[in-house]
Design a protein around this ligand. Structure first.
Ligand SMILES: Cc1cc2nc3c(=O)[nH]c(=O)nc-3n(C[C@H](O)[C@H](O)[C@H](O)COP(=O)(O)O)c2cc1C
Ligand code: SF4
Length: 428
């Protein structure tokens, strides 16, 4: 792939791109104009175009956005319908959405209004991580500009369509990024995730049909409406196409947020884009898509590209595209302990396997990390994973269990070395 000559699309190198007049001069809001003013682009045609583009959701699960949009039931006159835009961005290792709010907020606004038009919705609620104080202000300034220019609000571009946009600040809980928890939080309730079914398209915000998309996913919809589905789907990996914002953190020389197409070799991202491992060290492990996705050993990344199909061959996922790189000196037991502490802290406590399991992960890993571990502790951790995965109301329990299961299975030697050391000290 000729990634070196790639011209950024989501975060373009154009000064003041966050300002509406600069955005408009560069083709901004043309996708929305098409949808709102050209007869052939009725709501169904827009949904079909987005579906054909195969935008894979950028919130973590990689679900086809247009297909999700097609699950909305037929519009019933007089009943409202909503879009929930997920900008909670709390998965460790992920910091892409805030770049979007800072450098290209109008792409997101345009995509969200296109989505509302396509699904015949009345309003978009943007749920943003509360700590993003500056970015909330930046997005609000852009929303105000879009209202002033008639791209949001009543009678958009003279179409007779009224679509409003509201920004809601979160209060620092990772669980609020889970789609049903996000809706509870927006409604002003304690954010306990809801059991599904009913799915949000049937019974969502305030009981009305709702679709939830990540804010980056919605931005891709604006690109599809501007340039067409075939333009979009011809970029990057065939079955997971489009541009991608990669966050690269950890032991690399140039950590940062980078935009390239999907399908980049993990090794190119580490060694060419992010400047290689710090201090000339060797690579030990990579967590490719946010803290919950299964970890890869250095050997496993050979020839693997950042797209769902390639990552599946090594038992992991694209997730949010937030990659964490670990060098040879990393204490992998401590790394897993740190990750597990996060999930223990963030479990909402509603389901017993998650509430208890995440706490036990921390207790047992602390025991191994401080040198009191026994081999049976590894069996206990894996047994806990069995009792958590797929047995809870939401996927936080899975997100907590996958790192434990995969780190033990893929770095068992590191755990056993600590346990052996503990046993030697105890018996000497
Ligand atoms: C515990 C948990 C936290 C989540 N946090 C986020 C988040 O911060 N942002 C996000 O877009 N999706 C998050 N998700 C995924 C959402 O539930 C949902 O799948 C996503 O917003 C759908 O958008 P997409 O289809 O455009 O990817 C989270 C899921 C879980 C289980
Ligand atoms: S899995 Fe965990 S976070 Fe999700 S609802 Fe159950 S207790 Fe809450």
């Amino acid at each position: 792939m000729d990634w070196k000559n790639y011209q950024k699309i989501i975060l373009p190198n154009i000064p003041d791109y966050h300002k509406i007049d600069v955005y408009e001069k560069n083709g901004g809001y043309e996708g929305l104009r098409k949808a709102m003013t050209q007869e052939e682009w009725d709501p169904k045609a827009v949904v079909n175009e987005v579906k054909a583009a195969n935008i894979r959701g950028r919130g973590g699960a990689g679900f086809n956005a247009g297909l999700k949009w097609s699950f909305m039931p037929p519009k019933q006159e007089g009943l409202p319908r909503y879009l929930a835009c997920n900008g909670d961005e709390s998965e460790p290792g992920t910091c892409k959405d805030r770049r979007l709010f800072e450098y290209n907020p109008h792409l997101f606004i345009e995509g969200a209004i296109i989505a509302c038009y396509a699904m015949e919705m009345d309003a978009a609620y943007v749920y943003i991580r509360g700590e993003y104080i500056d970015w909330i202000e930046m997005l609000q300034a852009a929303v105000d500009e879009a209202y002033a220019k008639g791209y949001v609000g009543d009678n958009i571009m003279g179409s007779g369509k009224n679509i409003h946009m509201h920004i809601h600040r979160g209060a620092g809980a990772y669980i609020c990024g889970e789609e049903t928890s996000l809706m509870e939080s927006l409604e002003g309730n304690r954010p306990y995730p809801r059991s599904k079914p009913p799915f949000p398209a049937q019974k969502g915000l305030w009981g009305y049909p709702t679709t939830i998309n990540n804010v980056e996913t919605l931005s891709h919809a604006a690109l599809v409406m501007r340039n067409g589905a075939s333009w979009y789907s011809s970029m990057g990996a065939q079955t997971h196409p489009g541009p991608c914002i990669y966050g690269i953190s950890g032991h690399v020389n140039r950590p940062g947020v980078y935009e390239y197409p999907t399908g980049m070799l993990i090794s190119d991202l580490i060694y060419k884009v992010a400047g290689g491992i710090r201090n000339g060290k060797k690579l030990k492990a990579v967590v490719p898509g946010g803290s919950s996705v299964p970890i890869l050993t250095a050997e496993m990344i050979e020839g693997i590209t950042m797209d769902a199909d390639s990552l599946r061959t090594v038992g992991t996922f694209m997730g949010t595209g937030g990659m964490c790189v670990l060098d040879e000196d990393t204490d992998i037991v401590n790394f897993l302990l740190r990750t597990s502490k996060f999930y223990d802290h963030e479990s909402c406590g509603q389901c017993t396997p998650c509430r208890e399991g995440t706490g036990w992960f921390v207790k047992v890993l602390e025991k191994i990390a401080r040198g009191d571990g026994e081999t049976k502790d590894l069996d206990l951790l894996l047994d806990l994973c069995d009792r958590m995965e797929g047995r809870t109301v939401c996927a936080l329990a899975d997100a907590a269990a996958w790192p434990v299961r995969n780190t033990i299975n893929r770095f068992r030697g590191d755990f056993e070395a600590k346990i052996k050391k503990a046993t030697l000290i105890a018996t000497s």
